[in-house]
Design a protein around this ligand. Structure first.
Ligand SMILES: Nc1ncnc2c1ncn2[C@@H]1O[C@H](COP(=O)(O)OP(=O)(O)OP(=O)(O)O)[C@@H](O)[C@H]1O
Ligand SMILES: [Mg+2]
Length: 255
């Protein structure tokens, strides 16, 4: 039976979709059967991030309204067949109830190991719909004050739901800035928000899905946490240690 995990944040643009897509890819690469479910109605961009634009014939609204069976609304990733995408509808104004979404996900859950739910920015109806469909949550923040403040607010709101676990993923971490004490470390952020730290994801220039970028290691660690229960956190500061590190740090500052 799939674990249903919502990826949420409060503040927009902190990396929910990036985290959902990359965690989905790394879980699927390790053989887990994964659905990445886009509940950002209207924007619907996880298929784009996964390089699967225009592959879907149906979306979750079609499944809810009976135009297709839930399984027919899934699209398999061309490169990672264990990964399927469930797109949201393209009409942000159409009312879709949390119960309807939950029903669809529950009907798919027996054939999968993980259902990752990408939620929209904000704390309105779309947030409620995404969180209500899940049993666990990943709260994404960045080391920026505004993101942390919103994460704190959302963390309080998540207490109103019956979630089995809520953990923190700190995205857009710059090891060089951490080293210089210019930003809080992910550990400090996790202490401050009183949430267990599940993942640290470095700020990177290239997208992660290619598995070459350093950030994909952060997502491999993150996937291991779910697959084995052992948490291994990416060390964003490591490459800025020693002589090479000081040079890298100096270069980055000049850029
Ligand atoms: N670790 C990272 N390093 C570099 N760029 C990143 C990283 N994480 C996310 N980004 C970039 O930041 C932008 C916002 O990320 P993303 O779309 O995942 O955020 P989001 O929280 O889903 O946004 P929204 O609230 O609008 O749905 C994207 O352009 C994405 O490529
Ligand atoms: Mg998004």
């Amino acid at each position: 039976m799939a674990r249903k995990i919502v990826v949420t944040s409060g503040k927009g643009g902190v990396g929910k979709t990036t985290v959902t897509a990359n965690l989905g890819v790394q879980l699927a690469r390790r053989g887990a059967r994964v659905i990445v479910c886009d509940l950002d109605f209207g924007l619907n961009n996880i298929d784009v991030v996964l390089g699967m634009e225009n592959l879907a014939t149906y979306d979750i609204v079609d499944a809810i309204e009976g135009r297709c069976r839930p399984r027919q609304a899934l699209v398999r990733h061309p490169r990672y067949p264990a990964l399927s995408v469930l797109s949201s509808g393209h009409d942000p104004d159409r009312y879709i109830s949390p119960q309807a979404v939950r029903l669809i996900l529950d009907s798919l859950a027996p054939q999968f190991d993980y259902i990752l739910i990408d939620s929209p920015a904000g704390i309105e109806e779309g947030f409620h719909r995404a969180v209500a469909a899940a049993e666990e949550a990943i709260l994404v923040t960045t080391p920026h004050i505004s993101a942390m403040r919103d994460a704190d607010k959302v963390s309080g709101m998540l207490k109103n739901y019956r979630l089995k676990g809520v953990g923190l993923a700190v995205n857009l971490v710059r090891g060089d800035m951490m080293k210089r004490g210019e930003i809080l470390s992910p550990r400090e952020i996790s202490d401050m928000l009183r949430l267990p730290l599940l993942a640290v994801i470095p700020e990177e220039d290239r997208i992660f899905l290619d598995n070459v970028a350093e950030g994909s290691r952060a997502f491999r660690f993150f996937a291991s946490y779910y697959l084995s229960g052992k948490s291994r956190i990416f060390d964003a500061e490591k490459k800025y240690g020693g002589l090479i590190g000081s040079i890298l740090g100096g270069l980055k500052r000049r850029l």
